[in-house]
Write a protein that binds this ligand. Structure first.
Ligand SMILES: Cc1cc2nc3c(=O)[nH]c(=O)nc-3n(C[C@H](O)[C@H](O)[C@H](O)COP(=O)(O)O)c2cc1C
Length: 323
């Protein structure tokens, strides 16, 4: 065990969480991470209908008796037909112990979540948003650095700055995300004041991740320079793999494209088609810079075991330094 306030709060063995990943963080991956002593988040936006989310939660329950969570990522602006409230209801009704929210202030859902005993972990890309999350009653904050796969915010500040600053300025536990993939990273995050790491990219390159083998092979060959940030012009910065689709988006943005112009290239549906077909040039596919350190496709259990073993060895090495 590696004990922190996060492991205590969640009743898990190791302070290692798998963050929401649209289309990918499904029952098999989530259950595998939780069975290995961490905690995975099923990603609600993979399911068009809240009842499909409920069915996926029940499928995960068949695969693990360990705790797991649900990620509800919200669009920055409330859209007509927003199903966020319905997802939250499913989370509460199903007795899920923890929710990862992202993208928008979840304040309006706090009373419902608290009444149902659901811990709220809000994910943010800046310390000022982390403080706001603490003020509205979040139980922990996940802070993502500029290295991260997905949405790094608009400030371009990396984890090495954000994590200690958030830890200094907050009382609730801070979870470090963006750039973590191994035991040295976990120990570094703990040294900076975090009480867990949350990873996306490392668990993407995982046997239980349901994406086409072509993407997995792309990842293990990729360098840390093979991602890029797009969608800045629509204030929705996203770090994705540097493929033809991402280059097209960058070119369209430079030419003044609007959200409507970009949607046919950036819509999640195109990404799903790419994951299924194995066309690595299609779709804007979230991926962090740490892909340059992912050299092997492993099971979630092996990823976790390696992290824990390396963390222990690293702690011992550091202890020896102080004699
Ligand atoms: C393929 C992929 C899909 C993602 N989808 C989501 C999502 O749907 N919702 C969300 O809140 N975060 C999403 N993220 C972000 C991760 O949960 C996590 O914050 C991020 O991956 C951490 O940085 P790392 O990639 O360096 O580990 C995604 C990340 C990846 C790599």
């Amino acid at each position: 065990m590696l004990r922190t306030r996060i492991t205590e709060m969640l009743g898990i063995e190791y302070p290692v969480l798998q963050g929401g990943m649209q289309w990918l963080a499904r029952a098999e991956l989530v259950a595998a991470v939780s069975n290995a002593g961490g905690l995975g988040f099923i990603t609600a936006v993979s399911f068009a209908h809240p009842e499909e989310l409920r069915a996926e939660i029940r499928r995960a329950r068949d695969l693990t008796d360990k705790p797991f969570g649900v990620n509800v990522s919200m669009l920055p602006v409330m859209m007509p037909g927003d199903v966020t409230e319905a997802y939250i209801d499913v989370v509460c009704e199903e007795g899920i112990p923890v929710i990862e929210t992202a993208g928008r202030n979840p304040e309006q859902y706090v009373p419902k979540l608290k009444a149902s005993g659901v811990k709220l972990f809000h994910k943010v890309p800046a310390v000022r948003f982390a403080k706001k999350a603490e003020a509205i009653g979040a139980d922990a904050v996940i802070i993502v650095g500029f290295e991260c796969g997905g949405h790094p915010g608009m400030d371009d500040v990396p984890s090495l700055i954000l994590v200690p600053k958030a830890a200094d300025e907050l009382n609730i536990p801070v979870i470090a995300a963006g750039g973590f993939c191994d035991g040295r990273g976990l120990v570094a995050a703990l040294a900076l004041g975090a009480e867990a790491v949350l990873m996306g990219t490392r668990f993407m390159a995982c046997k239980e991740c349901p994406m086409h083998e072509n993407f997995k092979q792309w990842m293990i060959a990729a360098q840390e320079t093979d991602t890029m940030v797009i969608e800045r012009s629509i204030r929705n910065a996203a770090r994705v793999i540097r493929n033809e689709a991402a280059m097209t988006v960058a070119r369209m943005e430079a030419e003044g494209a609007t959200l409507e112009d970009l949607l046919p290239v950036i819509s999640g549906k195109v990404g799903l088609d790419a994951y299924l077909s194995g066309d690595v040039q299609r779709g804007t596919i979230a991926c962090g810079q740490v892909v340059g350190r992912v050299r092997e496709i492993k099971s979630a259990a092996d990823i976790m075991a390696d992290i824990v073993a390396e963390a222990r060895a690293t702690i011992a090495r550091l202890q020896a330094l102080s004699i």
